[in-house]
Design a protein around this ligand. Structure first.
Ligand code: SAJ
Length: 421
């Protein structure tokens, strides 16, 4: 193996490029964003992943990783760009297609192209047709290999999971699968399973839809329990004592760049068949709206009683516990909605330093401080960061508490039920 080009230096591309380079393979990391490239050239990265900065510095120093705005000739090209959705929850493949177009001038005989971006089923075959249609030499055409192999890593543990998670490799033909498998074997220490490209694409979508459907179940249960005056956390704990039951945790919605997006790619392809998958997406989206309504109802009651808007402490803004990632975060959307209604907000988020501009509030985030919690009227726990577990219970008993994840409340039957002490 001589050279690898990784297109897209984001959450997946950058750690992947570093990992390959750490195996003494020459890697060119490519990104169209000059900010990413300039930062990397200064020896810095914009990802909050343990161990990554050290590895990045090592591979750059040793000369195995270089970065550039444009691709170059290589043996393997890996596409790691985002696939968001556009209006109507339809997949937006413009970044993937731009990445493919950017490498086309450099494609030569014997090259392997790997798509890691999450894609609707059939995308790899479409890319094969495009690549072959652009290459005039028919001998070269037969000797270009393509495979789909999505990442499966969890933010916060990316490097570890890149090495140790099993991977599914779907070639456009057997020889493509074999070549891709040989390539991943150079830096992955886990099982590699080969299949065709459509199955590999669907596998990625199904994995994240599986999780979305199961979280939707937990979220639906939490709304029903709220109506019936049952503590959801206690209920789930008890139900999970059954040897074959494992209900996930309800929250204020589903965020992140994957689970809230990928199921739509199945719905887009087979709208009449993907009924449970679509409903689960809707249940999870609705959970966020439900939380907003719940907070605003309590706030209005307070306002009517006290003739002033309540001061609200928001605990947690990120899309899941103990990360700094705000992408598709339901907690952020809830906070935005409260900010639009001009409630005085005290945002406590131990994992970030500054509030995102989109929030329209120009103050720094607060630490978990007793004096802040003491002066607010309503405490809303949206994300169960580890720092929140130590919050004093006696203080909580004096406030109106809306606890979406059940770690603040003391009295059993009050999960999701605001208390006034
Ligand atoms: N969540 C709940 N309840 C739970 C578990 C999660 O509400 O019991 C919420 C989280 O708070 C968060 C969202 O779901 O808002 C997603 O979090 P997550 O930790 O389940 O997953 P992600 O989005 O960080 O990463 C997922 C992973 N996929 C699966 O676990 C099937 C990861 O392995 C994938 O690589 C990643 O998507 C991806 O890139 O597709």
């Amino acid at each position: 193996m001589k050279k690898v080009v990784v297109v897209g230096l984001g959450y997946i591309g950058l750690p992947t490029a570093c990992l390959i380079a750490s195996n003494k393979i020459e890697v060119l990391g490519v990104d169209v964003n000059p900010k990413v490239i300039n930062l990397a050239k200064k020896g810095k990265i914009n990802l909050n992943e343990p161990d990554l900065i050290g590895l990045f510095k090592d591979v750059v120093e040793e000369g195995y990783l270089k970065v550039s705005l444009t691709p170059n000739y290589a043996d393997v090209f890996i596409v790691c760009v985002p696939t968001p959705f556009k209006d109507g929850h339809k997949s937006d493949l413009s970044y993937v297609m731009a990445a493919i177009n950017s490498i086309l001038p450099y494609i030569e005989e014997d090259n392997l192209i790997i798509i890691e971006s999450t894609c609707p089923v059939g995308t790899t075959e479409n890319i094969r047709d495009l690549v072959f249609s652009k290459i005039s030499n028919s001998i070269i055409k037969g000797k270009i290999y393509l495979a789909y192999c999505s990442e499966r890593v969890i933010p916060g543990k990316i490097l570890y999971e890149l090495i140790y998670n099993d991977r599914i490799i779907g070639g456009i033909n057997e020889v493509s699968s074999k070549r891709a498998k040989d390539f991943y074997n150079l830096f992955v220490k886990s099982n590699l399973y080969d299949t065709n490209s459509k199955t590999a694409e669907m596998c990625k979508l199904v994995e994240n839809s599986y999780r979305d459907v199961n979280i939707a179940f937990a979220n639906e249960i939490s709304i029903i329990c709220d109506k019936l005056g049952i503590n959801t956390n206690e209920l789930i704990k008890l139900a999970n004592k059954h040897p074959r039951v494992n209900i996930l945790k309800p929250g204020c919605g589903v965020g992140g760049h994957c689970i809230a997006v990928d199921p739509w790619f199945i719905v887009e392809k087979t709208p009449d068949l993907a009924r449970l998958i679509k409903t689960s997406r809707e249940v999870n989206l609705n959970k966020t709206e439900w939380v907003i309504k719940k907070i605003k109802k309590k706030a209005k009651e307070f306002e009517e009683e006290n003739k002033s808007k309540p001061k609200i402490a928001i605990l947690g803004l990120t899309y899941k516990p103990n990360v700094s990632d705000l992408r598709e975060s339901p907690a952020l959307n809830i906070t935005k909605s409260l900010a639009q209604d001009r409630y005085p907000l005290y945002i406590i988020e131990p994992n970030i330093l500054r509030l995102p501009k989109s929030l329209g509030i120009y103050k720094n985030v607060k630490k978990v401080e007793l004096n802040i919690l003491n002066k607010v009227d309503i405490i809303v726990l949206l994300v169960p960061h580890k720092e929140f577990k130590k919050i004093n219970k006696s203080l909580i008993d004096k406030k109106i508490v809306i606890d979406m994840v059940g770690i603040l409340l003391t009295r059993k039957a009050e999960y999701h039920r605001p208390t006034r002490g």
